[in-house]
Design a binder for this molecule. Structure first.
Ligand code: GUN
Length: 302
């Protein structure tokens, strides 16, 4: 806690309200590395992850390079395949199919968004569901909806892990998920539901969005609008998970939540950067090990 009116961030002490995603991801990655070690002992080879990047979007280049690096650091065979921005649909699908057919590949991730001329749905549908470490294939999305084991999208998984670290029991709590994407909002809502929360999915067309958010015990925001959620949007004592990563005109990274304002209301909150972001890659690595184990008929070692 802060001393007098000295902000906690300026003291050596940690502000217990701030959920440290970097530390959480580090611990999570260490556990993944142990799982990889066990896998290598059993199979004589490491799980393999292939990341496919189309084009030269700067943010996607950074994300995919980080994924490849983090995989290799955890002992996973990570590889990044770059395809030109003007690659045609058939050639991209052929690349994905080749990775489906390659038995040394356990996880496939096609970085999104794809250039406009490509049909994202058709590409994602091509990925072998057993290698779909993004959890985006309709088979995995369907398994999640049905409450059955499948591969679950990485960012929602990361958010659930961060929520678990707060020690807050989600049972009966009102959880509001702002955003309805296949990558985040929909799977997150399913995971919150599976944890016995009462779940509202809100989005850009939701009436009285601010009031809906202010009724949340757990508020998860993934809309891509810098600092949209202010103090008035947050219930006293709520847990706030900010999935947004927005770059301001002066080059700073900010979330969808006004962090400083929210800190006065929230019991627990994730910062940006250093909150949800680091957990996404950690969960990608974890999903890769899970896929590798399931593909060999094993019960996942978690
Ligand atoms: N682009 C931004 N986040 C993600 C992600 O989690 N998976 C993929 N495939 N693309 C992304």
């Amino acid at each position: 806690m802060a001393h007098g009116n000295v902000p906690a961030l300026m003291t050596a002490e940690k502000d217990e309200r701030i959920i440290d995603g970097k530390a959480a991801a580090k611990a999570f990655r260490a556990r993944v590395a142990e799982r990889v070690e066990g896998f290598v002992k059993r199979h004589g080879t490491a799980p393999g992850l292939e990341v496919v990047l189309v084009g030269d979007d700067p943010a996607s280049q950074v994300y995919t390079r980080n994924k490849e690096k983090a995989a290799n650091k955890a002992g996973i065979r990570g590889a990044l395949h770059r395809l030109p921005g003007d690659v045609d649909q058939a050639a991209l699908i052929e690349q994905v199919a080749a990775r489906n057919a390659d038995d040394t590949v356990d996880g496939i991730l096609v970085q999104l968004p794809l250039p406009k001329h490509l049909d994202e749905t058709a590409v994602l549908d091509t990925i072998d569901p057993s290698k779909d470490v993004d959890g985006l294939h309709p088979m995995n999305a369907g398994l999640l909806s049905a409450g059955r084991r499948g591969l679950v999208a990485c960012t929602p998984r990361g958010c659930m892990h961060l929520l678990s670290l707060t020690g807050v029991d989600l049972t009966g709590k009102h959880a509001v998920m702002v955003g309805r994407s296949n990558l985040m909002g929909k799977p997150m809502a399913q995971l919150l539901l599976a944890a016995n929360a009462t779940v509202t999915i809100a989005h850009s067309r939701t009436k009285n969005l601010q009031a809906v958010c202010a009724s949340a015990d757990v508020l998860v925001v993934a809309v891509g609008r810098p600092k949209m959620v202010g103090a008035d949007w947050i219930k006293e004592g709520a847990v706030v998970i900010d999935v947004g990563i927005n770059r301001t005109d002066d080059g700073k990274l900010v979330g969808d939540v006004d962090f400083e304002a929210a800190l006065g209301k929230a019991a627990h909150i994730t910062p940006v950067p250093g909150g949800v972001g680091p957990m996404t890659i950690a969960c990608l690595l974890d999903n890769t090990v899970t896929a590798a184990e399931l593909r060999r008929g094993e019960t996942p070692s978690v």
